[in-house]
Design a binder for this molecule. Structure first.
Ligand code: PLP
Length: 228
């Protein structure tokens, strides 16, 4: 089956890249981006041992999470967050990669159910040249992190970025290098920060070269999307 082959290929590729760039073996987590994909496609990946899945649209994601209901799965929200969706996101996801407003963080904190572990959070950073306006400016990161401190139901894990696409490897590396440098800087005061969520199908190698700990891969795993 196609998904089986694709998954094996991506895993092999990640292993090679970890070696090539002196990254620890197993230091890069593959997040399967399953937006627009069917439950059956997700089950095919689960069958091959995939555990981390990323979704962008709350309603679509909930239908799949409820349908699949396998406790070992780790669900990551990686889309833009509308404030009327925070309750469901806080209740059904393990990670949120796209936090860039205090108001949203506060709602996620308030709505995270007490019987669950704190919600893992990445702060989305808008590195210059980013296509969308999502993400906070790199210079605003320090203050933003200070403001997150009171939120005890959130566990800040690190940074996320989705830079403007480029087909040139060296150009792809630049924004990832900036993000990595920023994380290392923040780690001086907060050594618990351990996550760089960066790299998609187009720029996975550059992201791993620059320290990605989570790569978010959709197309290379499931094939081209029809929409979205
Ligand atoms: C869709 C999406 C991805 C996956 O992109 P591919 O090019 O299909 O690998 C990764 N990150 C985010 C935030 C996305 O929205």
């Amino acid at each position: 089956m196609k998904i089986t082959d694709n998954l094996a290929h991506i895993r092999h590729e990640i292993k090679l890249l970890e070696k090539r760039y002196s990254r620890g073996a197993g230091s890069v987590c593959l997040l399967a981006v399953s937006k627009t994909r069917s439950v059956d496609e997700i089950l095919a990946a689960i069958q091959e041992g995939q555990r981390h899945f990323g979704e962008n649209y709350c309603q679509e994601a909930l239908e799949k999470i409820v349908a699949i209901k396998i406790p070992e799965l780790v669900w990551h929200f990686i889309g833009p967050i509308q404030s009327n969706k925070t309750r469901q996101i806080a209740a059904h996801f393990d990670w949120v990669h796209t936090v860039d407003r205090i108001k949203i963080a506060r709602r996620l904190d308030e709505m995270r159910p007490d019987n669950l572990q704190p919600l893992n959070i990445c702060i989305q950073v808008n590195i210059s040249g980013e296509e969308s306006k999502a993400g906070i400016a790199i210079d605003a990161l320090h203050d933003f992190m200070e403001e997150l401190k009171p939120f005890k139901r959130l566990k800040v894990r690190g940074l996320m970025a989705l830079p403007a696409p480029s087909s040139n490897f060296d150009e792809q590396r630049k924004p990832f290098a900036i993000l990595n440098q920023k994380l290392q800087e923040l780690r001086l005061a907060r050594p618990e920060l351990d996550t760089l969520s960066m790299g998609t199908t187009q720029d996975m190698a550059a992201a791993i070269a620059e320290g990605a700990t989570i790569v978010r891969i959709g197309t290379a795993l499931f094939g081209p999307r029809n929409s979205g």
